[in-house]
Design a protein around this ligand. Structure first.
Ligand code: NAD
Length: 284
């Protein structure tokens, strides 16, 4: 990838991995988070090491990759970026506030993209004064290995913005599918009814988590079961997605399973926290 400057907003599960993906493809990356993360550097290097163990990047390139990523708490540092990709909490109020601040402090905005899993691109774009330069780029978790990116056009996204974004995805070697705005896009509209149904099966006592996941791995040839996947995504993100699907479509078939709500309220958010449907905490 030619050296371009990319901005990432949010240094959570997706933000860090997206920073790694772009830096591994030679981009210079600025990553912003609203709260200072003391362990950012260590966590980023740990992620890079995992990717190298998986054979997705060469170990001797990790230092150079890390040096291409600058962590900041100043939104103004996003100036000069070819693309600013937002990956903060799946909450439209939180995202709207960030976009409003961004347009105030960065005066040379080119493309703003959101990694939202299901929120309206047109509504998020309305919080910027450049909705024609705004679109959805829905990367999947983990972005280093997942080939697909759903490219979602808002009502006012210009063709120039779309083409520029597609060019960047091409440099990353990603497979883009261009979609009009629709709740859940394609993948999550199909995936989340399944995840929700798996939580319902669990709460009805039909089978335990391991059995439900095994059924889908062995019987439907899925690489991972729906409850493992929910833990990987984050149960708070899963709940937000289902709530948005209900809100946007009015269709009760997406209503979140009460057990999912209970887990989120209890802070059992999945792998990122160490506990969800499974425990990831080391014993002893
Ligand atoms: P996460 O919970 O891991 O990280 C959320 C980030 O938002 C953190 O950096 C946090 O500091 C920040 N944040 C929280 N409250 C904030 C506030 N009030 N103001 C500013 N920032 C705040 O979430 P994630 O899984 O990285 O998801 C980020 C985005 O990516 C979401 O829109 C999500 O739907 C989308 N996404 C997630 C996945 C997944 O598998 N987790 C996959 C594709 C897309």
């Amino acid at each position: 990838m030619e050296t371009i400057k990319i901005g990432i907003l949010g240094a959570g599960t997706m933000g860090k991995q997206l920073a790694l993906l772009f830096a591994a493809n030679n981009a210079s990356v600025r990553i912003w988070n609203h709260r200072y993360q003391q362990n950012f550097q260590a966590e980023f290097e740990r992620l890079a090491l995992i990717q190298s163990r998986l054979g997705l990047l060469e170990k001797d390139k990790i230092t150079a990759i890390t040096e291409r990523v600058i962590y900041t708490n100043e939104l103004a540092e996003m100036s000069g970026c070819e693309l600013i990709l937002e990956a903060v909490k799946e909450d439209k109020v939180v995202k709207a506030n960030i976009f409003k601040q961004l347009v105030q402090v960065v005066l040379d905005l080119r493309i703003i993209a959101t990694n939202t899993s299901t929120l309206s691109i047109t509504e998020l774009a309305s919080h910027t004064d450049i909705p024609d330069q705004f679109l959805g780029l829905h990367f999947f978790n983990p972005p280093m290995s997942m080939k697909l990116v759903e490219v979602v056009k808002g009502e006012l996204t210009s063709d120039k913005t779309l083409q520029s974004a597609l060019k960047i995805l091409q440099l990353l070697g990603k497979q883009a599918v261009v979609l009009p705005e629709t709740p859940g896009f394609v993948v999550n509209r199909l995936l989340f009814p399944m995840i929700n149904e798996a939580v319902l099966l669990l709460s009805e006592g039909v089978a335990d988590a391991k059995t439900i996941d095994s059924c889908m791995r062995l019987g439907a040839n899925h690489p991972m079961g729906p409850l493992e996947l929910a833990d990987l995504i984050g149960l708070d993100i899963c709940l937000s997605i289902l709530e948005t699907l209900v809100e946007e479509t009015g269709d009760g078939k997406y209503r979140p399973a009460p057990l999912l709500k209970k887990y989120v309220r209890a802070g059992k958010l999945g792998k990122k926290i160490g506990i969800g449907f499974y425990s990831y905490r080391k014993r002893g």
